[in-house]
Design a protein around this ligand. Structure first.
Ligand code: SAM
Length: 229
């Protein structure tokens, strides 16, 4: 793993115990609605779905609850995040494995669906990680990415320049004892790809039928696409 990945892994390890609480507080619970709306971009009920960067399993559990997956295979390179979410997945068809987004520990075509919520921005290489998601999907499989993308319009730009810059680190410091992790959150969004770039990357990775949704005026996004059948 390179220095960036090691730093990201350590950071999520430090905030894992307060991760869910911070998500709910900083988004005023909108994160729950955004994952749900994103999952509704998928058609049918894929059998085996990879939840990459699953963290504490919120996306995978929502997918099962909505009938958007029969079985979810959570994968994350930060063991403390998997531990923090362990009680939530008890008794549900959601498994957990430790693995890196750039070298997924799965065979080609292993899944009918693959998804990642708020992980892609952290993977270090957006194209290589999209290609890995493409590799582990069977022909006709669906992908879903929920992410904070670099804002290009005035409202999300203003949101991140004001609320994101001031409130994220202040609340992160107060509730998780780690202001720097929430400063990283805001900085990583400004450095990441924009929506048109994200669409291009998914197409370059071999996906087709790329569709997007934006939430809260472009503060968050979801992208869904397919592997050609
Ligand atoms: C912001 S959290 C998102 C968690 C969850 N998907 C959610 O919606 O709440 C980002 C997650 O990505 C994981 N992550 C970051 N880089 C990764 C990588 N290269 N490989 C695997 N997981 C990674 C982190 O450990 C963390 O759990």
């Amino acid at each position: 793993m390179d220095a960036h990945a090691t730093q990201v892994q350590g950071m999520f390890g430090r905030i894992a115990h307060r991760y869910d609480l911070l998500n709910r507080v900083l988004s005023a619970r909108r994160d729950v609605a955004w994952r749900r709306a994103a999952l509704n971009m998928w058609s049918g009920t894929p059998e085996d779905v990879l939840d990459l960067a699953c963290g504490t399993f919120d996306l995978g559990l929502e997918a099962v609850a909505l009938g958007k997956s029969r079985r979810v295979h959570g994968c994350d390179f930060c063991q403390p995040m998997l531990v923090a979410g362990a009680a939530k997945r008890a008794g549900r068809p959601v498994t957990a494995s430790v693995g890196d987004a750039l070298r997924l520990p799965y065979a080609d075509g292993a899944f009918d669906g693959a998804m990642a919520a708020y992980g892609w921005r952290n993977f270090g290489d957006p194209l290589a990680s999209a290609q890995e998601l493409r590799r582990v999907l069977r022909p006709g499989g669906q992908v879903l990415i929920v992410e904070f993308l670099r804002p290009t319009h005035w409202w999300p730009k203003t949101f991140y320049a004001t609320f994101g810059a001031a409130v994220f680190p202040a609340v992160g410091g107060l509730l998780a004892g780690d202001a720097s992790a929430y400063r990283y959150l805001n900085d990583s969004i400004k450095r990441f790809v924009s929506l048109p770039e994200a669409v291009q990357i998914l197409e370059r990775a071999g996906f087709t039928d790329v569709r997007s949704l934006s939430f809260f005026g472009g503060v968050s996004h979801a992208l869904a696409a397919r592997v050609p059948a």
